[in-house]
Design a protein around this ligand. Structure first.
Ligand SMILES: Cc1cc2nc3c(=O)[nH]c(=O)nc-3n(C[C@H](O)[C@H](O)[C@H](O)COP(=O)(O)OP(=O)(O)OC[C@H]3O[C@@H](n4cnc5c(N)ncnc54)[C@H](O)[C@@H]3O)c2cc1C
Length: 398
């Protein structure tokens, strides 16, 4: 096996690196609170620092929000390996760019949408003109997503939607919901669900904030009261939404911050080299050496899964079990990275951004809280293990 990049891939990696270093707001990498794998600092990107929006527009101009999409839909027509190279670099610099539209909704529309739907939505997503939020979870439907109750009833050319979604990340900063609805509650399990795109500006939508563990407004609960949506916004065929959802969830699980994890490990190594306790550098402590070596091994393993999934996509294969393995490995790694940093840095790790004594710009303190989110979002670790056991190992459903 040979994991080396081709000459073209190496050149693209350098081009991306140069671009990010030139265009990303000064000091962004040091100042952002973003923790690799965490969901909770989304507002840090989208509200607190509007400069990142300018960066995102520049990415869109290059077609880099949708690197592996065909050029006819506004993409850069590159390979999935090149897309992975881009994501690895973006996360290494803790930068922003591709989002739910480019990473989840767009690829699902490309696979399942009609030609008309592709023409209508894909170029706008690729240009970064519109943003999506994921409207799947409900108060009584999280892991058991098939039990959603939000209904969509056909009425002429429209659907009329009633119900509630929750934990809706970024619903307040997005333009459209990428939404799972129940169209046929009498159908056998999972056969009555459809996927539909809903305009946030539609009458009857109420968005209420939920404040996350970091004290930031990153997600919401969203109510739908007689919301009318054109039936042409149904993705693919009606009542086939469960299958589309599963594939869209696999796309979501491929979005991992492998570069950010590597960078955080590098910073931890710098920290232990530059910090002494009781007259001795932390880097000389064999317990600390063990912990950092363990992290390095796990990052290397996650890295292999990361490139494997890109390689599969380039061959027309759909990573399914692999998506769950990658999601599980990287989110548990995100948690371990934060916990190791806490152990190594001791009480200093609890200092927040603003304190001159806060290591890593206060990111460990927020990362320790934020890393929990990824163990739950996009399907909990337990659910990923179930998928691996059932689909990967062929074990029976219990
Ligand atoms: C930060 C964050 C952002 C999120 N963003 C979004 C979003 O944008 N859009 C959206 O739709 N949803 C979002 N979610 C919701 C997320 O998808 C759900 O929280 C998740 O699927 C779990 O569902 P639940 O919270 O209802 O927990 P439950 O499903 O009630 O699970 C509770 C516990 O039981 C365990 N469990 C449940 N079923 C099984 C089983 N069969 N086998 C073993 N263990 C099981 C779970 O692992 C968990 O530990 C977000 C969640 C978080 C934390």
């Amino acid at each position: 096996m040979d994991f080396r990049f081709t000459g073209q891939e190496e050149a693209f990696r350098r081009e991306v690196d140069d671009f990010i270093q030139r265009e990303l707001p000064a000091n962004w990498t040091e100042e952002t609170l973003y923790w690799p794998g965490g969901y909770g600092t989304i507002p840090d990107f989208e509200e607190i620092n509007p400069a990142t929006e300018i960066f995102r527009r520049k990415l869109a101009e290059k077609g880099w929000l949708a690197i592996s999409w065909p050029e006819e839909y506004g993409g850069a027509g590159r390979t999935h390996i090149e897309q992975a190279i881009f994501h690895e670099r973006i996360s290494y610099y803790r930068a922003t760019g591709p989002d739910i539209g480019t990473l989840i909704s767009g690829p699902a529309i490309m696979r399942f949408g009609s030609d008309e739907m592709k023409r209508e939505w894909l170029p706008r997503i690729a240009r970064g003109e519109i943003r999506f939020w994921l409207a799947y979870s409900e108060p009584n439907a999280g892991s058991d997503l098939a039990s959603i109750k939000t209904s969509a009833v056909e009425d002429g050319d429209d659907l009329v939607i009633n119900g509630q979604k929750t934990w809706s990340s970024g619903a307040h900063t997005s333009d459209y919901a990428w939404m799972a609805v129940m169209m046929d509650p009498d159908a056998p399990a999972r056969k009555g669900i459809s996927l539909v795109i809903v305009d946030n500006k539609s009458e009857g939508i109420t968005i209420r904030p939920i404040i996350n563990i970091l004290g930031l407004h990153s997600f919401n609960e969203v109510f739908f009261d007689d919301v009318r949506v054109p039936q042409r916004n149904i993705v693919g065929e009606k009542n086939q939404g469960w299958y589309y959802l599963m594939v869209a969830l696999d796309f979501e699980r491929l979005v991992v911050a492998i570069g950010g994890m590597r960078r955080t490990l590098e910073e931890l190594i710098q920290y232990v080299k530059g910090t002494s306790r009781n007259g001795q550098a932390l880097s000389c402590d064999p317990l600390i050496q063990d912990k950092l070596a363990e992290l390095a091994i796990e990052i290397e393993v996650a890295d292999m899964f990361f490139w494997q999934t890109a390689w599969m996509l380039d061959r027309g294969l759909l990573p399914n079990i692999e998506a769950s393995v990658l999601k599980l490995a990287t989110t548990e790694l995100s948690w371990k990275l934060a916990n190791t940093a806490m152990e190594v840095m001791g009480p200093y790790a609890q200092l927040e951004r603003g304190s001159k004594w806060a290591p890593l710009g206060g990111r460990v303190c927020t990362g320790y809280l934020d890393c929990i989110s990824a163990l739950v979002g996009a399907g909990t670790s337990e659910i990923q293990r179930n998928i691996i056991a059932l689909r990967g190992l062929g074990l029976p459903w219990s």
